[in-house]
Design a protein around this ligand. Sequence first.
Ligand SMILES: C[S@@+](CC[C@H](N)C(=O)[O-])C[C@H]1O[C@@H](n2cnc3c(N)ncnc32)[C@H](O)[C@@H]1O
Length: 319
Amino acid sequence: MEKEFRTLDLFAGVGGIRLGFEKAGFKTIFANDFDKTCKDTYDLNFDEPKLIIKDIWKVDIKDIPKFDILLGGFPCQAFSIAGYRKGFEDEEKGNLFFRIVEILRERMPKAFLLENVKNLKGHNKGKTFKIIKESLEDLGYTIKTEVLNSMIHGNIPQNRERIFIVGFKNVKKAEAFNFPKEIQLTKSFKEFTANETDDKYYYNDKPLYERIKNDINSENTVYQWRRKYVRANKKGVVPTLTANMGLGGHNVPIIKNHKGIRKLTPKECFLLQGFPENFKLPKTLADCKLYHQAGNSVTIPVVQRIAENMMKILNKEDK
Ligand SMILES: C[S@@+](CC[C@H](N)C(=O)[O-])C[C@H]1O[C@@H](n2cnc3c(N)ncnc32)[C@H](O)[C@@H]1O
């Protein structure tokens, strides 16, 4: 019989990492985020444990129940190329990594998975990542790191590269662990977008229409409006869905269909992160919040594949 491994869902957002790990057989025992709007979505989709809304610095580590694996897609603004290039100098954001280190140090779980933007490794000429790696190794963990792309490793037509850091306390388990291999992309973005949707997502009667209508001319391409020009995604997939899709909607990918030109709906963005069709979006939340949540999340099949590989390793008897 497979053992049960309990996970801690930190920086949980809407629970993307949780979904991937639960699909691989892990059991979530604690979930935290400090954004109340995430709770609306999270609690609508998960039974116990519900999302605890609290600044992670204010969560008493002693109050966290026993767990085996720490999971956290910690905030990426401080590390992102698009962000403010402050890294660890940004007191509020960069230092959240050190809160993870504190929790690991106090509780020493068997393993962890951390997720961040691809640029984490190159940030500040590699110094940021060096600190991260050394901090985790100093605690006694052996880590493996890889950049995975949703369209290459998750069979999801989104060009989304993210760095994943997996650590095991047991060196042999870390050595035996492998990241998921490339798989063929068999799905088109059209499988994730609806034929009909609310008129409000169409540009047809909006001021921008005149500026974009000539450039957005294929039903087989996904586009983005980049403030001054239209960018066509040459790979035929959806460009990276980002949290700033929530800031006025300009970064939301655009498609053309028989009715005209429109942006993707929040539901489509969730589907293009690999969320299941039955994942519920609260009607009480504005679209901008939902776009933000989708962009901030992870691609479920990619996380699930990592979780499955971790499960295989954890289930092996210690020698
Ligand atoms: C990149 S998102 C992670 C999203 C998550 N992986 C998902 O699937 O939705 C980072 C999350 O960290 C949360 N966060 C940022 N600072 C925090 C803090 N001090 N305490 C708790 N959560 C925090 C944000 O609200 C955000 O939801």
